[in-house]
Design a protein around this ligand. Structure first.
Ligand code: FMN
Length: 332
């Protein structure tokens, strides 16, 4: 298998993996609206995937139109990492990524995600087990890691010198320390420092954290000598962020709400329709009447209700604009 990372044009601007967000319907919407250079699945727990593979079918489902698509995995047991490599490679993913940056207590309490930062022994065992398993599949699926900077510059350098000793194709660096979780200032100089170490070993380096536009992403790549950027939260409810200087009108937003709802219902069924609410919450912002509309959408049970709510909103807005345009009313 050719290493797709090497074929990507720089700067590589991708959609960051987000649990509960970058599922199949959202990735499809993202592609329809504006295709990022690379997409990731939500992360998948290797221990759980080994024990209950049927439960995780949806999380590793993808369409051919999503390539290049990377499956992201997390966990704390080297043998469980090794055990699922075959499955991931056989599913046809273009790449495999280990998460070493998640701050959630559910993940770190057993030693996985961000708890691996600085745990050279376990991190090394996981990486080596994963690499050996990849080699035995003969599929040569490229391996990457997503991690974070550490509290101090020295520790950051030590961590990235360690990681750069392995044959990763790419490393993404989130420029926040673990206890910041997902918000607060992003330390771009620390990312740049770490990137220098990573790139000196021929490994691609992507930065991540707090980016709010495509222009800003490209500027950060130049300013901090990065091969690319992953955009996270700012893309939730705003897939248009991957278009340069583009703002959708209300019609486009509402059409996307409906389209996303259709895909969510097809994928999750009515039972889990609420999986799309995070996106509805992001889409319906910044225009007159959005608060009421958002509240109604967040109570919808299926796509038919969504369509009814949107139709009602459009009709109401039409009437309101006619009223406003009537002589005497507008002037008043
Ligand atoms: C809801 C949510 C879920 C996330 N899930 C993952 C995940 O599964 N894997 C991962 O590596 N990072 C995950 N992240 C972190 C993002 O990939 C990204 O590193 C972080 O949000 C910082 O980028 P941003 O400031 O552009 O959002 C998640 C973030 C959010 C907001």
């Amino acid at each position: 298998m050719a290493d797709f990372w090497k074929q990507l044009k720089k700067p590589i601007i991708g959609l960051a993996p987000m649990d509960g967000v970058t599922d199949y319907p959202a990735r499809q919407i993202q592609i329809e609206v504006a295709r990022p250079d690379i997409l990731f699945t939500e992360f998948v727990c290797v221990e759980f995937l080994s024990a209950r593979p049927e439960k995780l079918k949806r999380r590793i489902y993808f369409g051919e139109n999503e390539r290049p698509l990377v499956a992201q995995i997390f966990g704390h047991t080297p043998s469980a990492f090794a055990g699922i490599v075959e499955k991931i490679a056989a599913s046809g993913f273009d790449g495999l990524e280990i998460n070493m940056g998640c701050p959630s207590r559910n993940v770190t309490k057993s030693g996985g995600g961000g708890a691996l930062i600085g745990n050279f022994k376990l991190a090394g065992e996981i990486i080596r087990a994963t690499i050996a398993a990849i080699e035995s599949t003969k599929k040569n699926i490229p391996l990457s890691v997503k991690t974070r900077i550490r509290e101090s510059q020295t520790a950051t350098r030590e961590w990235f010198s360690f990681l750069a000793g392995f044959p990763f194709s790419a490393i993404t660096i989130h420029g926040r320390i673990l206890k910041q979780c997902l918000s607060g200032p992003v330390d771009w100089p620390a990312i740049e420092d770490a990137a220098e170490i990573v790139k000196s070993k021929g490994i691609l380096c992507l930065g991540n954290g707090g980016i709010t536009s495509l222009t800003e992403a490209k500027e950060k790549c130049v300013a901090h000598k990065l091969d690319g950027i992953l955009i996270g939260k700012a893309a939730v409810g705003n897939p248009w962020i991957f278009k340069e200087n583009y703002k959708p009108d209300i019609k486009e937003i509402l059409d996307t709400v409906v389209r996303h709802g259709e895909l969510a219902q097809e994928f999750y069924g009515e039972r889990n329709f609420s999986a799309v609410f995070k996106h509805f919450n992001g889409y319906v912002r910044g225009f007159d009447g959005c608060k009421q509309l958002r509240m109604e959408l967040l109570k919808s049970k299926n796509i038919d209700e969504v369509k009814k709510i949107i139709h009602g909103f459009v009709e109401f807005e039409k009437e309101r604009s006619i009223e406003l345009a009537e002589p005497g009313v507008a002037a008043g």
